[in-house]
Design a protein around this ligand. Structure first.
Ligand SMILES: Cc1cc2nc3c(=O)[nH]c(=O)nc-3n(C[C@H](O)[C@H](O)[C@H](O)COP(=O)(O)OP(=O)(O)OC[C@H]3O[C@@H](n4cnc5c(N)ncnc54)[C@H](O)[C@@H]3O)c2cc1C
Length: 316
């Protein structure tokens, strides 16, 4: 059996060894089949059960829930979508960009509620999100987004000037700051495993270690999904396979690759924390196009990550 905890540091922090659920065997029937047990699949199952407990929803996961990006990400709960507000507004229009931002605010608040109401043990800290400008171009970008927020008549964001940033981080590297107190940080793997428990508590059935090999649409209506040892026939089929979708020939052309990675330090000693000088525990990103981001964990490790373009990857 695979030792899933060794796949990422976040998975390693789970309090127990991961014992996979039974795999899918034999011919089954359901109302909804979900392929993939990350945040998307687990959330679909949980919410369908919330809407109507009689819906028979089954998740098929190739490894274990949280094995994909949901168990290995930066753990920022934030309102970010697409690129800057300015670019989104330019590409679509004011109304769509504004409602996308408001939707993300609701999503961040909703995640807070789901975690707290269901006591999901995922080191959640509502410590905020800070976007920093470290160069004239980045400051210009943030200033432009503040103007857009003002025009939209939206609050929820504080402007942190150089003085405030210097007081919080003991640095003059940050020139301009966009701080959103509603945002936070989580341990992503604990959140994913907590969402698995929540989905199951609400009646969803989850098969693990059951890679889906193929699927077909029935001539009448509905779908049949096949694994090595079983199959499920259902009226509806949800692909929640994220980056792995490319492995399904039918979905291959719907994806564009982007590359992102994170690294993590050893826990900082109190002396090291003091020398770094951070007082603020918000998740931080800089305002370049393809971002750099960093944050602290519960035990004061520094997690750092970046998003890279395909051409950046080719150069490294
Ligand atoms: C390094 C990194 C940092 C990130 N940081 C952040 C962040 O700070 N904040 C944020 O909001 N987002 C972040 N993201 C993005 C976020 O992690 C993803 O958007 C989110 O986890 C996607 O969830 P998902 O359920 O769609 O996909 P996944 O979690 O990838 O789940 C897909 C699941 O499908 C399963 N699967 C695949 N193929 C099959 C198959 N054939 N049969 C059955 N199961 C299958 C996989 O095993 C996997 O468990 C980051 C991503 C990465 C990679």
């Amino acid at each position: 059996m695979d030792d899933y905890r060794s796949k990422s540091w976040w998975l390693e922090t789970l309090p127990h060894t991961i014992t996979p659920n039974p795999d899918l065997e034999g011919a089954q029937k359901a109302d909804v089949t979900v392929i993939g047990g990350g945040y998307t699949g687990l959330s679909v199952a949980y919410h369908l059960k919330q809407i109507n407990p009689d819906i028979d929803v089954r998740i098929i996961e190739s490894d274990v829930c949280g094995y994909g990006a949901s168990g290995r990400n930066g753990g920022f709960s934030m309102t970010l979508f697409g690129l800057t507000k300015g670019v989104t507004k330019f590409r679509f229009n004011d109304e769509k960009a504004k409602s996308a931002h408001q939707y993300m605010e609701e999503a961040v608040d909703y995640l807070h509620d789901v975690i707290t109401e269901n006591h999901i043990d995922c080191d959640y800290e509502r410590s905020g999100y800070l976007l920093v400008g470290t160069s004239p171009a980045q400051v210009k970008r943030i200033t432009h987004d503040f103007k857009i927020m003002e025009k939209w008549g939206l609050g929820g964001v504080e402007r942190w000037d150089k003085k405030r940033l210097s007081a919080e981080f003991e640095t003059d590297f940050y020139k301009e700051g966009w701080f959103e107190p509603r945002c936070g940080i989580v341990n992503p793997a604990r959140l994913a495993r907590g969402m698995k428990d929540l989905a199951e508590k609400n009646g969803a059935v989850i098969y693990e270690q059951s890679p889906v090999k193929s699927f077909e649409e029935k001539a009448t209506s509905g779908f049949v999904v096949h694994t090595e040892k079983g199959e499920i026939e259902s009226e509806y089929l949800v692909f929640a396979t994220n980056a792995y979708s490319i492995l399904f020939p039918e979905l291959k052309n719907l994806q564009t690759p982007a590359f992102t990675y994170i690294v993590i330090s050893e826990p900082l000693t109190q002396k090291q924390c003091d020398s770094v000088g951070w007082k603020c525990r918000a998740g931080i990103e800089d305002a370049r196009d393809l971002i750099h981001y960093y944050r602290l964990t519960k035990d004061n490790r520094i997690v750092m990550g970046a998003v890279m373009s395909v051409s950046d990857m080719a150069e490294t």
